[in-house]
Design a protein around this ligand. Structure first.
Ligand SMILES: NC(=O)c1ccc[n+]([C@@H]2O[C@H](COP(=O)([O-])OP(=O)(O)OC[C@H]3O[C@@H](n4cnc5c(N)ncnc54)[C@H](OP(=O)(O)O)[C@@H]3O)[C@@H](O)[C@H]2O)c1
Length: 294
């Protein structure tokens, strides 16, 4: 079966990979964007309920993959009320619209719903976000499920992929430090499980296929990369991948800015039990992503 899928955040880091992988699968894919409306994308401000309603009712998708969000923790700290309109209210509205047009919705969430003190986290473990971004994404989960109890949620960790600017991902921006001749300290504290966006897009594709096979599936799914790396480890992998001379030093302190969980490793077993698993080795994948930036 070839479903019709509406993808929000289609111009974003994850959304671009979702669009590519879903189109490769031969699916009819309608991608929404806001400020970066490139070829083949439809402009829609998700914070404008009337705009969203008429678009969903016109397109009548069978699936909605909701990836749009403000996802930079430091940006959310000072703009909490404004960000809630997108991360919380729009998510609830999309879930309600999915129900009214008979579509299944998958809401993309984050490992930042956990405080990072007792990993690995099962989907059912108590949540306790440490920063306002994590709060908005958790409130988004709640709004989605309240509006549509058949909704699915996919929690994912730190992402990287092919970027439009080197600062687009918190992983790729480390290359600037690796290339610098000056001594640079990079956090060797918080543990991360970074994922290539293509892996997450394939997981979403496989999850949609599962929902087509078994319409009774609902609830929270989680995916986590299979390598535990600090920002320092990631920088070292970049240096190694490109044989770069560097002046990077491990910083024992946490990443500056909004408080982040120490280790919010997500338990992957629910997806793995469905036979869904995609993980590219970090050094191999980051080399491909960054080749044009070195
Ligand atoms: N990046 C990570 O490391 C990470 C980690 C865990 C979870 N996540 C989650 O994964 C999802 C995708 O993240 P990402 O990194 O791909 O984000 P991103 O690159 O920042 O993209 C955000 C997307 O949201 C869209 N958007 C922003 N404001 C909008 C509005 N008012 N109306 C409609 N669309 C709007 C943007 O559109 P324009 O660019 O066209 O304005 C863009 O397509 C998010 O839900 C995020 O919370 C991300």
């Amino acid at each position: 079966m070839s479903p019709k899928v509406l993808v929000t955040g289609a111009s974003g880091l994850l959304g671009r990979a979702i669009m590519r992988i879903f189109k490769e699968a031969g699916w009819e894919t309608v991608g929404l964007a806001y400020s970066r409306v490139g070829p083949g994308l439809v402009k829609c401000d998700l914070t404008k309920p009337e705009e969203v309603k008429s678009l969903v009712e016109k397109e009548k998708p069978e699936f909605i993959v909701h990836a749009a969000a403000e996802r930079a923790p430091d940006a959310v700290e000072n703009r909490y009320d404004e960000v809630c309109k997108l991360n919380v209210n729009a998510s609830g509205q999309l879930a309600a619209l999915a129900k009214s047009v008979g579509a299944r919705i998958i809401y993309v969430s984050t490992d930042y719903v956990f405080d990072g003190t007792s990993p690995p986290y099962k989907a059912t473990d108590p949540t306790n976000p440490l920063n306002k971004y994590g709060i908005t994404k958790l409130e988004g989960e709640k709004a989605v499920v309240a509006a549509n109890p058949r909704a699915c949620i996919l929690r994912i960790p730190l992402l990287y992929g092919k970027v439009e600017t080197i600062d687009e991902s918190a992983v790729t921006c480390l290359l600037k430090l690796v290339k610098s001749s000056e001594e640079k300290y990079v956090s060797h504290y918080e543990r991360r499980y970074p994922c290539l966006v293509d892996d997450i897009a394939r997981i979403l594709r496989d999850l949609v296929l599962q929902l087509i096979k078994d319409d009774s599936i609902t609830g929270i799914f989680q995916w986590s990369g299979k390598q535990r790396l600090t920002k320092y480890d990631m920088a070292m992998a970049m240096a190694h991948a490109f044989s770069l001379k560097h002046n990077i030093k491990p910083d024992p302190n946490s990443v500056p800015g909004a408080q982040r969980p120490f280790d919010a490793e997500l338990d992957r077993s629910r997806l793995e039990n469905l036979g869904i698993s995609h993980h590219m080795d970090f050094e191999t994948a980051i080399k491909e992503c960054l080749s044009e930036w070195v």
